[in-house]
Structures are given as C-alpha cells and as structure tokens.
Design a protein around this ligand. Structure first.
Ligand SMILES: CC(C)(COP(=O)(O)OP(=O)(O)OC[C@H]1O[C@@H](n2cnc3c(N)ncnc32)[C@H](O)[C@@H]1OP(=O)(O)O)[C@@H](O)C(=O)NCCC(=O)NCCS
Length: 282
C-alpha cells in the first residue's frame, strides 16, 4: 500500500483516471480536488505504482478527528481487480475501522467486499443504493431558456445559507452535517436562485468528490424549472473547470431523476454507500 503524496504522481494519476471515465468518476473527482488545492484535506492510497489495481481516497488524519463524523470520514474507491480492493481494505492502516465512515464506489462488488472485510473485524455495514447520473459532454446540453421572475437572481451559495441547507438536506440536521455543508459552500462550486429579498429558493452545491449536490427547491417554488436550470448551469461550470458532470440520486427519488433526464444525463449503475453503523456483531 502506498500513500501517493507526490504532486507529479497525483497529476499522472488524474490523467490515467480520466481515460477510464465514467467508471472512475468518484476517485477522479477526488483526485482533481486534491490537485486543485485539496480544501477538504484528502489523500490517496494505491496498491502499487505506477501500475495500480486499486485507488482509495480518504480524509487525512488531521481532519478525521471525530470518530462519529460520517461526512468528513468519506472514502471513495475505484478498482480494476476486486481481489486488490479486498487486500487493500484488509491491510493495516488503510481504513480507520474505529470510526463511522462511508465508502463510495461504483464497481460491482464494492459492497460485498467491504461487508466481508468489515465483518471479519466485527463491524456491520449498511448499504444505500443510488443511481449515478453522468453527462459525458455538458457543453452540448441545451441552452436553458430563462424561467426566472425578473425579481429573482442567480448567485452562489454563501456561508450564511448553511443553516437552511442543513435543515433541508435529507442527511442533515445535526452539527456535523452543518460543519460539512459549510465546507462545501466555502470551497466548492455552487449555484442558487435568490428571491427579491435575497433568500435562496433553489440551490445545488458540489461535493469534494466532484459530484453535484445537495440540491433542493423550496416547496412553494417547485416544478417551475428551477432545478433543471441550476443543474444545467452547474454542470457546465464544473465541466469548464475540468470536472466530470455527475450526481447521484436515490433510486426512489423520481422528481430528481426526471430533472436529470430532462438535461440529458445518462443513468449509470447504482452507486453504493456502505456505512458502518459501529455495531459489533455478536
Ligand atoms: C427534486 C427537486 C430538487 C426538483 O426541483 P424543481 O425545481 O421542482 O425541479 P424542476 O422544476 O426544474 O423540474 C424539472 C423536471 O422535473 C419534473 N419534476 C419536478 N418535480 C416533479 C415531481 N414532483 N413529479 C414529477 N415530475 C417532477 C418537472 O416536471 C420537469 O420535467 P419537464 O422538464 O419534463 O417538465 C425538488 O423536488 C426537491 O427539492 N426535492 C427534495 C430534495 C431532493 O430530492 N433533492 C435532490 C436530491 S438528489
């Protein structure tokens, strides 16, 4: 296991991962944010270099201080060989099994292998399944016809909006999620629509692994085309910055799936988010 900290190797890795999009979406997005200043303090492990079979990204030790912080403690994985993933996960020091964490991966088998290795350590994993929506070329997305009331204006999210995002995000509502959302707002691209009084009515942010989200439109403003417009604009902005344009949507969230499809996003396989619940097996 190697911790890839050399900037030229990380740039080389970014280029290699780019050639295997969309399979590499999650680790590619993370490596890009690392190479662009690393605001979320993440690091990259590989099984070997320059030929690698597995890439795992994780929070650096100095930020993963809270054992129950599922948001900061987010890992992403891509592998070409499932055995290499199993070996890396089982090796000492790759994952801090004493913490709650999420592993985000797209490959078949990521849940099964993570679950096996976790169980061998007496930990039970949960899994959440999402559809991944990817747009191969956002520059070809339709130009959005403005759906705005003249009193409304487009802006970026501001840290003063953190509480609103925390109250409305389905994973939010606690102090750890609030801290995580403040980092997203401060460091990663976002777009929001402000009403005449300057309050956000619809917004979409982006994650340290390059995916778009969280996304939300206030109830009284729904089905007016706001999210389609914001998603379109953010996808183009991320694309212009060199990021892939993608997001993930709960398999039962039909409104958001419809929004993604209306903008030409392609539905890939399920993304899996195993979450250890820190319950030791009997
Ligand atoms: C999903 C959500 C963001 C959509 O926001 P919105 O501003 O209402 O979306 P839009 O008005 O841009 O809708 C775009 C498309 O989706 C369709 N749509 C939106 N809401 C819908 C609903 N409840 N039922 C069916 N279709 C819906 C629209 O009809 C439109 O389709 P069209 O282009 O074919 O007419 C909003 O419902 C929401 O905030 N939900 C809760 C949070 C959430 O699920 N966030 C996404 C997490 S991944």
């Amino acid at each position: 296991m190697l911790n890839l900290s050399c900037s030229s190797k990380l740039r080389l890795l970014e280029g290699t991962l780019r050639r295997s999009l969309p399979d590499t979406l999650l680790v590619y997005g993370t490596v890009m944010t690392i190479n662009q200043g690393n605001p979320a303090a993440q690091e990259v492990l590989v099984d070997s270099w320059p030929e690698f079979k597995v890439v795992l990204t994780r929070p650096r030790r100095e930020v993963a201080l809270d054992d129950s912080d599922l948001y900061t403690n987010t890992y992403t994985v891509y592998y070409r060989d499932i055995g290499a993933y199993r070996a890396l996960l089982a090796s000492a020091g790759a994952v801090n099994w004493g913490q709650s964490f999420r592993i985000l991966g797209l490959q078949d088998g990521v849940y099964e292998v993570s679950k096996d290795v976790a169980e061998s350590k007496g930990i039970k994993l949960e899994v959440l399944r999402y559809f991944t929506y990817f747009h191969p070329d956002p520059s070809s997305m339709p130009e959005i016809r403005s759906v705005l009331d003249p009193a409304m204006r487009l802006s970026s999210l501001d840290v003063s909006h953190t509480d609103l995002l925390n109250e409305t995000w389905s994973f939010g509502g606690n102090e750890k999620s609030r801290k995580y959302l403040a980092i997203l707002i401060r460091h990663f691209p976002s777009i929001c629509l402000l009403d005449a009084a300057g309050h956000p009515v619809s917004w979409i942010a982006s994650y340290p692994f390059g995916a778009m989200g969280p996304a939300y439109t206030l109830h009284e403003h729904r089905q007016r085309g706001y999210m389609a417009m914001l998603g379109n604009l953010l996808a183009k902005r991320l694309h212009a910055l060199g990021y892939p344009s993608y997001g993930y949507v709960d398999v039962e969230n039909y409104p958001m799936q419809r929004v993604q499809e209306s903008q030409g996003f392609q539905c890939l396989q399920c993304i899996t988010l195993p979450i250890p619940c820190q319950r030791h097996l009997p």
